[in-house]
Design a protein around this ligand. Structure first.
Ligand SMILES: NC(=O)c1ccc[n+]([C@@H]2O[C@H](COP(=O)([O-])OP(=O)(O)OC[C@H]3O[C@@H](n4cnc5c(N)ncnc54)[C@H](OP(=O)(O)O)[C@@H]3O)[C@@H](O)[C@H]2O)c1
Length: 308
């Protein structure tokens, strides 16, 4: 084998995957968004959920706004109705929901099914709360509250809404319905003093991965989105180890990404039928790689961090 033949082989080995990927990209199917799409958004009263509501509304969808604070949802509804160039959009619908309460979830699902008997197309599982604390001084009630809000509530709402997605008629699009989970980088790596939050997000990573494979045969796509720090009220609303409110805006959250940018990527993930999306700085993505490629180094850094 002469050198030029070898070089050609190396080049082919490098180019072939890129060419195959481009082909797959060129022939990928899109999901269209419009007034025929009913979108349920949990945690729509604030931060990422609120911005998602604006983006789906602008895209022409019928948005259903869910959270505990109905006054804030009504405010958002009016803001949407008065948005420029959105006069022909379907009127947003407000449904109260406490995702940590089974009865409230059932009531919300009953309302959705009553108002939209033909089924719902997109579920954005976004509602959530964070936590700051030391495992030694964190009560079991706090661990349970975080799991109920960030994990069990999402499992319950998703499984109760699934029948209304399964019954949708197949269209010419690849997927007739989408379930999207707003997870976190902390659903991929766990850092000190975030145990309860990180555990709930890891649980979502596992649940929605299993769900993806189980509901694909019904034409339902499942996508998990893993953002890094986002500039919202998340740390202000976080719970401490004794169950009290943390109430501080962390510097990392304050300097985080704008929630509207996350919302734009959520809409793009639905349009492009994506399954996983990481939205974080290069540094955070490298930390995720470090955890899986060189776990001992990652664990050493986390031990140092825990003692800071
Ligand atoms: N900000 C970040 O740095 C960041 C990073 C990665 C992932 N995330 C994730 O993004 C999601 C949204 O958080 P955010 O950053 O936008 O924070 P946020 O501004 O505090 O919004 C949280 C939303 O969740 C709702 N919520 C909280 N508890 C609820 C409950 N029991 N029942 C129903 N709704 C509830 C809140 O609405 P009500 O109070 O009206 O109920 C609010 O609309 C969360 O899942 C969070 O884990 C955030």
């Amino acid at each position: 084998m002469d050198l030029s033949y070898e070089t050609a082989l190396y080049l082919a080995a490098l180019i072939a995957p890129a060419a195959l990927f481009s082909l797959k990209y060129a022939f990928r199917q899109f999901t269209s968004l419009g007034s025929d799409k009913v979108v349920v958004i949990t945690g729509a009263s604030s931060g990422i959920g609120k911005e998602c509501a604006k983006e789906f509304f602008k895209a022409g969808c019928q948005v259903i706004l869910c959270s505990r604070n109905v006054d804030k949802l009504e405010e958002l509804k009016n803001e949407l109705i008065n948005m420029n160039n959105c006069e022909d959009r379907p009127e947003p619908c407000v449904i109260p929901l406490d995702i940590s309460n089974e009865q409230s979830i059932q009531d919300a699902v009953d309302s959705v099914n009553r108002k939209f008997p033909d089924g719902i197309h997109i579920l954005i599982n976004n509602a959530g709360m964070s936590y700051r604390g030391n495992i030694l001084s964190t009560s079991m009630d706090v661990h349970k509250k975080l799991m109920e809000t960030n994990y069990f509530g999402h499992v319950s709402l998703t499984t109760r809404l699934l029948p209304s997605m399964i019954k949708l008629p197949h269209s010419c699009e690849k997927y007739k319905a989408h379930i999207l989970s707003i997870n976190s980088i902390q659903g991929q790596i766990s850092i000190p003093h975030r145990s309860a939050y990180s555990a709930s997000k890891f649980a979502c990573t596992a649940f929605f991965s299993c769900l993806r494979s189980e509901v694909a045969r019904f034409g339902i796509n499942v996508c998990s989105v893993y953002p890094g720090y986002v500039k919202t009220s998340l740390s202000l609303n976080a719970m401490t180890g004794d169950g009290t409110n943390y109430g501080k805006m962390d510097a990392t959250t304050e300097s985080g990404m704008e929630p509207c940018n996350i919302a734009k990527q959520v809409v793009s993930a639905i349009r492009n039928n994506q399954e996983e999306v990481s939205i974080a700085t290069l540094k955070l993505r490298l930390v995720v790689w470090l955890r899986y490629l060189f776990p001992s180094i990652f664990f050493w850094i986390m031990k140092k961090r825990a003692n800071r």
